[in-house]
Design a protein around this ligand. Structure first.
Ligand code: ZN
Length: 405
């Protein structure tokens, strides 16, 4: 088992975040070897049923999947190998953090990934990443992006923040990209994040992120003036098509459509500010302009714990005072579908698809049923033309990435 020893040393070096301070857990071991496979699994049992059940479930699944896939191979140059080991840590006598490291070598690929379990003993419940980062996914995304650059767009798992560990100083993220793990250390102080001991309502899960080929054509769909009763249908279409969009919402609709907005974020969409009650903002005083923006930011933050970074001016009209007084990124559009005006669905579809260029932003409104119907046609046509759908913020990131290359 020389190989295994080497692997353990590697593990030790790898898990800078999971220092093994305590040994209160029991170790279960599975060792199996035949002509085609070699299995070496160590995993912990803690005595906390909920936690142990979850770990057992995952171990069973990995073990069974591995056996089903590889148990009938013969005449292999090398045996196919499954190795699982773990690091166990106890924080504040209250929190157990466990990192399982799974390694598979099938002679062609070396697959390495991490599963983590963060468990609060007192509450008998798992700790979610949002309990630590306080829904500040944008900040974390920026941090990840700064550390791994272009690889950020290769993240193809919507639960890419699912595997983490932490202590009172740092958050440790294990992100699986291309069969490898990127470990990212986020100093909590630097980001002004603190592990929250008090319960906070969990509003939404982890942002959906998908693989974006930076060199592929991208387009950003945007919907203004919602949310409305049609927004839900748009969200379902987007999800079905694995696409995302940016919704520039009117602040005074936030409370009524709170659930829709939460769903929108859950599905990986972006929300932007489109004033509080759709006033013509180049025709108001500076104070009123600021109030329109700030009130909208505040009501969104208070209701769904989300802070927009984009602003779309009502009626697309901008002036210098706006540029001076608004901290948000002002976003217009490249293609206007005029869906508020044209009643014919095909006209809207044509306007949205016929002259689209790479990195275009398309303007629509989630206020009419015909836009819902048009969208069902627009997405497949643009996909056929080779476009990937991104949020406006991602579009901007990709744009600057390309410019700096
Ligand atoms: Zn508008």
């Amino acid at each position: 088992m020389k190989k295994k020893i080497i692997f353990l040393i590697f593990l030790f070096l790898f898990f800078s975040g999971c220092n093994n301070n305590n040994n209160f857990e029991n170790v279960e071991t599975i060792i199996e070897e035949n002509n085609s496979i070699i299995i070496g699994i160590n995993y912990p049992t803690t005595g906390y049923k909920k936690l142990d059940n979850k770990i057992n479930y995952d171990i069973d699944k990995i073990y069974n999947d591995f056996k089903n896939k590889y148990d009938h191979f013969y005449d292999l140059p090398n045996k196919i190998e499954l190795n699982i080991d773990y690091i166990y840590n106890l924080l504040d006598e209250n929190i157990i953090t466990i990192c399982l490291n799974i390694y598979i070598n099938d002679n062609i690929n070396k697959i390495n990934y991490v599963l983590t379990y963060n468990f609060n003993i007192k509450k008998n419940s798992f700790i979610a990443i949002n309990d630590i980062i306080d829904n500040n996914i944008k900040k974390i995304d920026e941090y990840i992006y700064n550390q791994i650059g272009n690889y950020f767009y290769k993240i193809n798992n919507k639960d890419y923040l699912k595997n983490f560990s932490f202590d009172d100083k740092n958050l440790y993220l294990y992100i699986n990209i291309d069969n490898d793990i990127f470990d990212i250390v986020v100093p909590l102080n630097e980001l002004k994040l603190n592990f929250k001991k008090k319960d906070k309502e969990k509003l939404y899960a982890i942002k959906t992120s998908k693989y974006i080929d930076v060199d592929k054509k991208i387009v950003a769909l945007t919907f203004d003036d919602g949310p409305t009763k049609y927004t839900n249908q748009i969200l379902d279409i987007l999800k079905k098509e694995e696409a995302v969009a940016t919704f520039f919402i009117v602040g005074n609709k936030t409370e009524i459509y709170r659930d829709t907005l939460i769903k929108s974020i859950q599905y990986g969409n972006e929300i932007g500010n489109h004033s509080f009650n759709h006033k013509w903002l180049t025709r108001v005083t500076n104070n009123e302009l600021k109030e329109q923006i700030d009130k909208t930011q505040k009501i969104i933050r208070e209701n769904i714990d989300y802070t927009p970074t984009l602003f779309r001016p009502t009626y697309g009209s901008i002036n210098t005072s706006m540029k001076k007084n608004i901290d948000l990124d002002i976003v217009l559009w490249d293609v206007d579908t005029m869906d508020w005006k044209y009643k014919n669905i095909n006209t809207i579809v044509n306007r949205a698809t016929s002259n689209i260029k790479d990195m275009d932003i398309i303007l629509m409104h989630d206020t009419k049923i015909r836009t819902v119907e048009a969208l069902k046609k627009i997405i497949p046509i643009l996909k056929k033309k080779g476009f990937t759908f991104v949020t406006v913020s991602d579009l901007k990131k990709i744009k600057s990435l390309r410019e700096n290359e």
